[in-house]
Ligand binder design. Structure first.
Ligand code: NAI
Ligand code: MG
Length: 316
């Protein structure tokens, strides 16, 4: 059976790294049909929507989406909504998966993507001198993110670290922690430990090779996954997956890099690694492994086309 996959370049270097990933995919000759769709700030300027309906329909009719990057305006622009945030919401992609690998380091951070401190529940007091953000933690979202993390860990080295701050955030992190320990009971083959987020940050820097899968709430996961990316080669090597209820979306962590766009020098490896995550998700495990190994073992020479060709040669 064939698969349809939607490729969205977006803005800036998205238009360079997505075609690079397409070349890699085509070199593998898999039964995957690529369809292209538009989204991003340039699309918004041309068509009045950053994620037009025809793009959304194509995504809905695919098995997965590979997304380049979009440029978000610095100031608020009326009518503009980030297409990646829209896709995450539309498909209820509640888990953000961020692998980080280099040398002995091989970890996966599983970040809750829908609630926590990023629930958009902020308010300011009448005198404007106090600002409050509400941190929403639900049992349902906590259980499903930990379930995803456990399933991922079972396919890896079977080690899971639950990261929280329940000693201070007794109610919110308390609820997350309780739900997490309840879910891990269904996975007796996992080795599970827990860590306070501040201590986890230090251990990530000092002994990163000790980690396999980490699972945590939205803000903590945002920060720790960038820390992990920094430890393992930076933005050029940081892929991600958004998975959950609907069509999964795979994307490099980096943005549209307007400072280098159009020069043919963008590092395509983060996007090619994201393609690896996509193929793994579709069940092409052997090919995904080949892509991943090739990308991690190829240096970026500073030329997108050369790096892409080197990765294709390394596929064997
Ligand atoms: P950025 O990730 O685009 O760039 C940060 C720095 O890293 C720049 O110096 C850039 O040249 C470099 N860089 C990034 N990716 C690279 C690659 N593949 N190869 C070589 N160098 C690379 O972040 P920045 O500059 O903060 O944001 C630029 C635009 O991208 C903004 O409009 C921002 O809103 C958007 N953005 C979009 C994201 C997304 O689509 N998921 C994520 C982050 C930012
Ligand atoms: Mg971030």
């Amino acid at each position: 059976m064939g698969f349809a996959v939607t490729f969205i370049s977006g803005d800036g270097i998205g238009a360079e790294v997505i075609p690079a990933a397409q070349q890699v995919l085509e070199a593998l000759r898999l039964p995957v049909d690529i369809q292209h769709a538009e989204a991003g700030f340039a699309t918004f300027e041309q068509r009045g929507s950053a994620l037009p309906d025809d793009t959304l329909r194509l995504c809905e009719n695919s098995s997965a989406v590979l997304f380049g990057a979009t440029q978000s305006p610095m100031a608020k622009v009326a009518g503009y909504n980030s297409p990646i945030l829209q896709l995450r919401r539309h498909f209820d992609l509640y888990a953000n998966l961020r692998p980080a690998r280099r040398g002995d380091i091989d970890m996966l951070i599983v970040r809750e993507n829908t609630e926590g401190l990023y629930s958009h529940r902020e308010h300011v007091s009448e005198d404007g001198r106090t600002a409050i953000a509400e941190r929403v933690i639900t049992e349902k979202a906590s259980r499903r993110i930990v379930q995803t993390a456990c399933e991922m860990a079972m396919k890896r080295r079977r080690k899971l670290t639950i990261v929280h701050k329940a000693n201070v955030l007794k109610e919110t992190c308390g609820l997350f922690r309780e739900a997490a320990f309840d879910v891990v009971n269904q996975f007796p083959d996992l080795t599970v430990d827990e860590m306070l987020v501040d201590s986890c940050a230090m251990r990530l820097v000092m002994t990163p090779e000790g980690f396999d899968v980490l699972v945590t709430t939205n803000l903590f996961g945002d920060i720790l996954s960038d820390l992990a990316a920094g430890l393992t080669g930076g933005l050029g090597l940081a892929p991600s997956a958004n998975v959950g209820t609907g069509v999964p979306v795979f994307e490099p962590v980096h943005g549209s890099a307007p400072d280098i766009a159009g020069h043919g020098i963008a590092d395509p490896r983060a996007t090619i690694l994201s393609l690896g995550l996509l193929l793994n998700h579709l069940g092409f495990v052997e090919q995904a492994t080949r892509i991943t190994e090739a990308a991690y073992h190829t240096e970026h020479t500073g030329n997108t086309a050369q790096t892409t060709q080197a990765i294709i040669r390394a596929l064997g």
